[in-house]
Ligand binder design. Structure first.
Ligand code: RP5
Length: 163
């Protein structure tokens, strides 16, 4: 967790989601965005989930990245209880490899959105990058960092060799 007041919350349904959700944490750390990460299980800790959602806005949380696997209720239920934007990350599951997680998160009924990302590590990293891009719209220094990040990716790709 960052020492500064967190503006982004990263929640996950289990410590078994950490290997995936760590990718969001690493990205926020790279861009020096104050954040907090917690396990809050929708079906095992429903009251804690509601407490988190209800207090998030008042505590200064401006985005929630929520990852879960299987019947992944966490992002949608958080979104139901807060106006803070929720970014959902489908975590790969044992039997359906995360297709269940994806459909559980992405198919929110009209009126309560969850912005849903790819299954797994890419989704977690991209959820963080999307949050960072949103913050960068009103933070010139962060926008420059994000541009530099893209340049680095370009340089990596353009330098690729075959064989
Ligand atoms: C979900 O169930 C979690 O998000 C996790 O992806 C999945 C399995 O949880 P554990 O049995 O590993 O704790 O709630």
């Amino acid at each position: 967790m960052s020492a500064k007041q967190p503006v982004v919350g990263i929640l996950m349904g289990s410590s078994s989601d950490w290997d995936v959700m760590k990718n969001a944490v690493d990205m926020l750390t790279l861009f020096e965005i104050p954040h907090e990460a917690r396990v809050v299980s929708a079906h095992r800790m429903p009251d804690d989930m509601f407490d988190y959602a209800e207090s998030a806005h008042g505590r200064g949380i401006r985005a929630i990245i929520a990852g879960a696997g299987g019947a992944a209720h966490l992002p949608g239920m958080l979104a139901a209880k807060t106006i803070v934007p929720v970014f959902g990350v489908p975590v790969p599951s044992k039997y359906l490899r995360g297709e269940d997680s994806l459909y559980s998160i992405v198919q929110m009924p009209k009126g309560v959105p969850v912005a849903t990302f790819a299954i797994g590590e890419a989704g977690a990293a991209n959820a963080a990058l999307h949050v960072i891009a949103n913050i960068a719209m009103t933070d010139a220094a962060l926008a420059e960092k994000l541009k530099a990040f893209r340049v680095k990716q370009y340089e990596h790709a353009v330098g690729m060799t075959l064989g």
